[in-house]
Design a protein around this ligand. Structure first.
Ligand SMILES: NC(=O)c1ccc[n+]([C@@H]2O[C@H](COP(=O)([O-])OP(=O)(O)OC[C@H]3O[C@@H](n4cnc5c(N)ncnc54)[C@H](OP(=O)(O)O)[C@@H]3O)[C@@H](O)[C@H]2O)c1
Length: 255
């Protein structure tokens, strides 16, 4: 009863080609799910699909889709339903943080770009998918935030606010779709080694040491450590949990 078995389920992960998303894809497939891997680059998604098939034997569909482009997201949904006839789990994981800086120095066009990818795309994908999920009994949607959205600090203005807006949308989605059997939760990671984190660490002196110091565990996590929280929220283990934000951050404090 308490085993995680996602056999017969189909999970769609945006940003599934690298970093946390790739770990999520592998974890979901190891738990028995067929997977759809989306990111901007088809060849990167294809490489992960091949790894899924080789290592788990599950079916895997790679789809190039930019989460800031609504027509790409329409095509992603159509392609997914053509291939599998259902999507039971959506993980809105793709997110960007291309530049950090003081609010007075940040350009308006960057806010729009980050809002499109981090907030508008996840809303659009979830809201167009939800009616189809409802037709086959519901599902689980996970919106990936950042602990920075819950405890914003200096230089994170655009990133924190686009993710905080996604947390608000998570609550609205949960309220609007609960009656259709769709649970919607947010997952807020702390610091995990990935291209996103390691890029910031390389560009900003003291960034990694600061992240370690801000965690009670005094470390940066590996991507595989996100799999447990994802499987919990994706599966019936969390059947009575919706509208919640699950934090996985080693005990993050703002110093
Ligand atoms: N790593 C951390 O410490 C950390 C902490 C807090 C929150 N997060 C959040 O966790 C999520 C994953 O982060 P990560 O660290 O794994 O990032 P990452 O290593 O930079 O990977 C990002 C993934 O998203 C895809 N992607 C980027 N822009 C996209 C777009 N416009 N449309 C579609 N796909 C796009 C990338 O593939 P392509 O390049 O092929 O598009 C890649 O698969 C993000 O939402 C991030 O904000 C991460």
């Amino acid at each position: 009863m308490h085993e995680i078995d996602l056999s017969g389920k189909v999970a769609l992960v945006t940003g599934g080609s690298r970093g946390l998303g790739r770990a999520m894809v592998m974890g979901l497939a190891q738990a028995g799910a067929d997977v759809i891997i989306a990111s901007r680059r088809q060849e990167s998604c294809q490489a992960v699909a091949e790894a899924v098939q080789r290592d788990t034997g599950r079916r895997a569909l790679p789809v190039a889709a930019h989460t800031g482009q609504m027509n790409d997201l329409d095509r992603l949904i159509d392609t997914s339903y053509q291939a599998f006839g259902r999507v039971d789990v959506l993980i809105n994981n793709a997110g960007i943080n291309p530049a950090m800086g003081e609010l007075s120095a940040l350009p308006p066009e960057l806010f729009q770009k980050m809002f499109d990818v981090n907030t508008k795309g996840p809303w659009y994908l979830a809201s167009r998918l939800a009616p189809r999920m409802a037709q086959h009994g519901g599902g689980s949607i996970i919106n990936v935030l950042s602990v920075g959205a819950l405890k914003p600090s200096a230089l994170q203005g655009f990133y924190a606010s686009t993710k905080a807006a996604l947390q608000a949308l998570t609550r609205v989605m949960a309220a609007e779709w609960a009656g259709q059997g769709i649970r919607v939760n947010a997952l807020a990671p702390g610091s995990y080694h990935s291209d996103l984190f390691d890029g910031s660490a390389a560009a900003i002196p003291g960034f990694e040491d600061g992240a370690k110091a801000a965690s009670l565990q005094k470390r940066v996590a590996e991507t595989e450590e996100i799999i447990g929280p994802v499987l919990y929220l994706a599966s019936d283990l969390s059947a009575y949990t919706t509208g919640h934000t699950l934090v996985s951050d080693g005990g993050y404090m703002v110093l």
